[in-house]
Ligand binder design. Structure first.
Ligand SMILES: *Cc1c(COP(=O)(O)O)cnc(C)c1O
Length: 380
């Protein structure tokens, strides 16, 4: 567990019950297709070692991390789940670590395949791996030419056992984008080409969180949601079907009454007209509160939305709380920076980014509370 930070200026609450509920919600939408859990980047900043056991308890048996360190940390808390490592094995050392910890590397190109095959040969291990094929990202995955090469030389897979073939959607959060159907078709084509090579037992997987909402043709045998588990809206522009997971609260340190017009904060970037009240809250960019939210983002006192004025400092933000009654906004009172009336997605939109970046930027200076854990030995 993260150490308690009793005197921290801000508190991050992570609703583990909501995460479990979100996983079940997605799993139910998938019907007979399976549902994995993506926990890379410390479960999108929320704390992988707290989150993953809750997902496992909800029924998740397959997890994805980006790198091997994350996967080893996950293995330490979940000894018997399947763990896919998205970066794959770039070296013999990577392969050895995957083998030692029972991780399933994702093979993203032919060099990685050779590394993994050599490892399997040398150790006599089964060479269990997943294959990631490119269908439109041109990022980390096997390009079409390499898929053709593999199809023509199936012996390249000797000593490996492929359990899953993956691909990743570029525009799943925009259901109207034609690339979704194009990628789905390319994935079908890859399936036709590769099935004779990898075998018919293999599980196929295309959808991330938003991909699940594109509908059954995108579901294949397995979906790999991350963001939606953590309360980010997988269907932007329509109501969020997921439960909110994160509440972030910051403490008011001071309230200043402004009697004559004056500027607020660094760069004198904001002018308040008197009479007004300005509250300073104990959170800043060093906490991962994005500096780009200065002058644009909001906070909430109860249901009242108050604007952040001026720049975000390292440890502080300033709010115009003129609209809030005096007795509601006093030093020591907590304001919601993310909460029921201001979602992760709203903050992200105001700050010019996406919910993913808001969550993965969350620093380690907050007091962290894990609430509503469905596990018997609840995290405290
Ligand atoms: C991050 C990632 C996911 C999860 O995507 P979300 O949009 O967070 O659901 C799935 N698959 C791959 C390959 C990824 O890199």
């Amino acid at each position: 567990m993260a150490p308690t930070r009793e005197f921290a200026g801000a508190t991050l609450s992570v609703d583990l019950g909501a995460i479990a509920n979100n996983w079940r919600n997605l799993a139910a939408r998938l019907g007979t297709s399976n549902c994995a859990g993506v926990v890379k980047a410390d479960a999108y900043g929320l704390g992988m070692t707290a989150v993953a056991p809750v997902l496992a308890d909800a029924g998740c048996g397959l997890f994805f991390t980006a790198n091997i360190d994350e996967a080893i940390a996950l293995r330490a808390v979940l000894p018997s789940v399947e763990i896919g490592v998205l970066y794959g094995p770039g070296s013999a050392e990577d392969a050895a670590a995957c083998g030692a910890h029972g991780l399933i590397p994702v093979i993203n190109h032919l060099d990685q395949l050779i590394v993994w095959r050599n490892h399997a040969k040398q150790t006599g291990q089964a060479g269990v791996a997943m294959l990631h094929v490119d269908t439109g990202m041109a990022r980390l995955a096997m390009p079409a030419a390499e898929i053709d090469h593999l199809t023509a030389h199936p012996d390249l897979l000797d000593g490996c056992r492929i359990t899953h073939v993956l691909s990743h959607l570029a525009c799943a959060d925009q259901p109207g984008d034609l690339l979704n159907e194009t990628q789905r078709q390319r994935f079908e084509d890859a399936r036709t080409l590769l099935t004779p090579v990898v075998g018919s037992e293999v599980t196929w997987s295309l959808a991330n969180s938003s991909g699940i909402f594109l509908g059954p043709p995108w579901h294949f045998g397995l979906a790999r949601p991350g963001a939606a588990l953590y309360g980010i809206n997988p269907t932007p522009g329509t109501p969020n079907p997921m439960r909110p997971v994160v509440q972030l609260q910051g403490k008011i340190l001071q309230v200043q009454h402004v009697d004559s017009p004056q500027t607020v904060g660094y760069g004198a970037a904001h002018v308040v007209k008197a009479p007004a009240r300005v509250a300073t809250v104990a959170v800043g960019y060093a906490d991962g509160y994005l500096r780009s939210g200065g002058g644009l983002a909001h906070a909430c006192l109860g249901e009242i939305r108050v604007p952040i004025i001026g720049r975000v400092s390292m440890d502080m933000i300033t709010l115009d709380i003129t609209s809030v009654p005096d007795d509601v906004a006093r030093p020591g009172v907590q304001v919601d920076l993310i909460g029921d009336h201001y979602s992760v997605d709203s903050l992200a939109a105001d700050a010019g980014t996406i919910g993913y970046e808001v969550l993965t930027s969350l620093g380690n200076r907050y007091q962290r509370n894990y609430i509503n854990s469905p596990l018997a030995a609840a995290t405290s």
